[in-house]
Design a protein around this ligand. Structure first.
Ligand code: IVH
Length: 695
């Protein structure tokens, strides 16, 4: 019998093609491994290329046979594609920002209140320059550096072990180390190294970096670590993540001394402050010194020194309560406002955007800025042709602060905000006292439709990598995507056309189809609800809903019932924390629209919506319990009690009902304790509560 490897691509039957794709996947994988991992090629480049071409051609004829491990979509060994993922056992969180001296007092007051500190009890705060670089994590096992990672989304980063290894300042071994420890900090590029790199780039005819941060990011996130090695990167360490043993240090400041002893660079400016005045003095001192520092900073980070207090203070969503970033004032520049464009968003909001003569604002070229809405334009009296003051604060979208009156051209006219959608021509109205004017075209408006589909595939929604804004626009304008479900059936309907479209090829199309297939295997209910783009249902609300209803079926049944406002289902809905009547109205309106239901049915026929998976419950006796606090607590403040109950996996309710499991009774408890007795709900003392917390 003829071997499948000898049959030309156009003569293969489907079954032969399937067998041949399997053979090719295995062979190419073997050759890849030999070449990239062992540096010992098994075949010549020409032979290897021929196999890849044959694989691509078969996939082109039989797109339905493309394998999950297809060599054309595999990101394995070929450099230039993707980093491996690295999970953070202890999430890498971000910081909330403050901007004024007043905010510093509020910060320390909040902490004092939370901890219930008396006025004369000292509260030490460590003040550190906020390095404008990229955060890194470096894991050490038995003293050896074993893994480096970027922050990523805080839970999953990218494995940059090879890249961190090239940074001379990173200790590769720790002497007298605690067993296993993860050190965190910031990788940055010194100003002098940045200037030198840009000179080199320019002399090679390559594009230069806008600022040291971009240069550091561009250098660290190189799949080929030899490039990282050729760039000079530096680092400062300032935190730890996972830790095998209980920390042997009591304060953050002590920990920093250990870091130094282990050989990590620790910022020499770091100062221990005893009160808000000293914190503010440090902020102004470092701001003065900023131009003469050898590295870029964008503010100061304040951290509570005592680690037991840090533990008690805990976190609010993604930021610690025990630390905060005091940012430097925004950078400003003047430039010409060339035009005002109107952008139409996903929910129809018309947003005016300023087209600017490009200008450098604190190291970043800015050519657009948001003007928010028509009231804002009127309030600031902005006209096309004006010279405007542009401001950038951190990662925030550039804003226009005001105009330079003296530079106004004599013939400029007021800007008239359109009352029709510039994209679809539908009427655009302002409802109630809303500042935003909205296009009424709904998904018939191409701009709204495109934004809606972009949202559907975006990172926090379906997360279809490779779909990108540009592709959504192209597919929409070709008529391939009429509703969101068409995104999932792209391969079936357009699998032949896409690979031959300009800018595409077999590999890139296969890669996109593979990404879509992956999503079809299933996403959680919370992501799914968020992806639908229902007005007011952001990530947090979607999560609350998913947590309550657990499965899509249950959610749909409940929504059908909740349409009747006198139903139990409706009461249940508006009792969910964070869901008021207004959100419930939007949600139900969406769910009553038969067109929406049809699209949802089509989507769920294509992909699995997985039941919501609650995060692993903390191992505590309070997990899953609904608690009500009453009376005055003496061992801790009410906010601390509440925060600690939440982090032990309990729910905290404001009033006692039949759903309450426990009432914690402090001194002078009133009606809530009465009600608990009436309903037979268990009442415990504050001491008993504290014991349960520690159990
Ligand atoms: S502490 C939970 N300290 O700022 C606390 N962060 O805006 C985690 N950063 O993601 C951060 N200098 O990349 C801390 N001295 C410093 C810092 C610092 C720069 C960065 C870090 C973080 C970001 C938050």
């Amino acid at each position: 019998m003829e071997k499948t490897s000898d049959i030309d691509v156009f003569s293969l039957t489907k079954a032969q093609a399937e067998a041949e794709l399997e053979r090719l996947a295995e062979a190419i994988m073997l050759y890849d491994e030999a070449y990239h991992q062992k540096d010992a090629p098994l075949v010549s480049d020409a032979e290897y290329d021929a196999l890849k071409r044959r694989n691509d051609a078969i996939e082109f004829r039989f797109p339905e046979l493309i394998r999950k491990d297809s060599p054309s979509s595999r990101v394995g060994y070929t450099p230039g594609k993707e980093f491996a993922k690295a999970t953070h056992k202890v999430p890498m969180l971000s910081l909330s920002n403050i901007f004024t001296d007043e905010d510093v007092y509020d910060f320390t007051d909040r902490i004092r209140n939370f901890l219930g500190l008396t006025e004369d009890e000292p509260l030490e705060i460590v003040a550190e320059p906020k390095i404008d670089g990229l955060s890194f994590s470096a894991l050490y096992q038995n003293g050896d550096f074993v893994r480096g990672a970027t922050r990523g989304d805080g839970v999953t980063g990218e494995d940059i072990t090879q890249n961190l290894l090239t940074i001379a300042e990173l200790p590769k071994e720790l002497s007298e180390e605690p067993e296993n420890i993860e050190i965190r900090g910031e990788v940055y590029m010194k100003k002098e190294d940045f200037f030198r790199l840009n000179q080199e780039q320019e002399s090679k005819g390559k594009s230069s970096f806008a600022n040291p941060r971009n240069a550091a990011a561009g250098s660290l996130r190189q799949l080929d670590a030899r490039i990282t090695a050729a760039r000079k990167l530096s680092l400062f360490a300032y935190a730890y993540g996972e830790l095998a043993k209980e920390a042997p240090w009591q304060t953050h400041y002590d920990f920093l001394q250990h870091l130094k002893a282990w050989g990590f660079p620790v910022n020499p400016e770091i100062t221990l402050c005893r009160n808000s005045e000293e914190m503010i003095a440090f902020y102004h001192y470092i701001m003065e010194k900023r131009p003469s520092l050898n590295y870029d900073i964008d503010g100061v980070v304040y951290k509570v020194n005592r680690l037991d207090w840090q533990k008690r203070l805990g976190f609010i969503s993604r930021a610690p309560r025990w630390a905060i970033a005091h940012k430097f004032p925004a950078e400003q520049a003047q430039t010409l406002l060339k035009d005002i464009r109107i952008q139409v968003g996903r929910t129809g909001t018309l947003t005016p955007v300023a087209d600017l003569e490009p200008v450098n604002v604190g190291g970043v070229m800015v050519s657009h800025a948001t003007l928010h809405n028509e009231d804002e334009i009127n309030r600031k009296g902005i006209r096309i042709g004006d010279t405007v003051i542009v401001q950038r604060a951190g990662d925030v979208i550039p804003q226009i602060v005001g105009i330079v009156e003296a530079k106004r051209p004599s013939d400029s006219k007021d800007f008239i905000f359109p009352d029709h959608c510039p994209v679809c021509g539908s009427i655009a109205v302002r409802e109630g006292d809303e500042a935003a004017r909205k296009c009424m075209g709904g998904l018939h408006c191409p701009a709204q439709a495109v934004e809606h589909f972009k949202h559907f595939v975006s990172r926090d929604a379906l997360d279809i990598r490779g779909m990108g804004d540009k592709n959504i626009e192209t597919f929409y304008h070709k008529g391939w995507i009429k509703d969101a479900s068409d995104i999932l059936t792209l391969q079936v309907k357009h699998g032949i056309e896409l690979p031959v479209m300009e800018g595409w090829g077999m590999q890139s199309a296969a890669k996109l189809f593979a990404a879509i297939d992956k999503v079809k295997e299933g996403i959680g209910l919370d992501r799914f609800l968020y992806a639908l783009g229902i007005p007011q249902i952001g990530q947090a609300t979607a999560r609350m809903l998913a947590k309550e209803y657990l499965t899509l079926e249950n959610f749909q049944e409940s929504m059908a019932k909740a349409g009747d406002k006198s139903s139990e289902a409706y009461t249940e809905l508006i009792n969910i924390e964070g869901i008021g009547e207004s959100i419930a109205d939007d949600l139900l309106a969406f769910w009553e629209d038969s067109q929406n239901l049809e699209v949802i049915a089509k989507i769920s026929a294509e992909m699995k919506v997985l039941p919501f998976e609650p995060p692993a419950m903390p191992d505590s006796a309070l997990a899953g319990q609904t608690i009500v606090f009453t009376g005055t607590l003496t061992r801790m403040t009410r906010s601390e009690a509440k925060a600690r109950a939440l982090s032990a996996g309990a729910k905290v309710a404001g009033s006692v009902s039949k759903n309450t499991n426990l009432v914690v009774e402090g001194a002078d408890a009133g009606s809530k304790a009465e009600k608990a007795k009436e309903l037979g709900v268990k009442i415990i003392s504050e001491d008993e509560f504290a014991e349960l917390l520690n159990s």
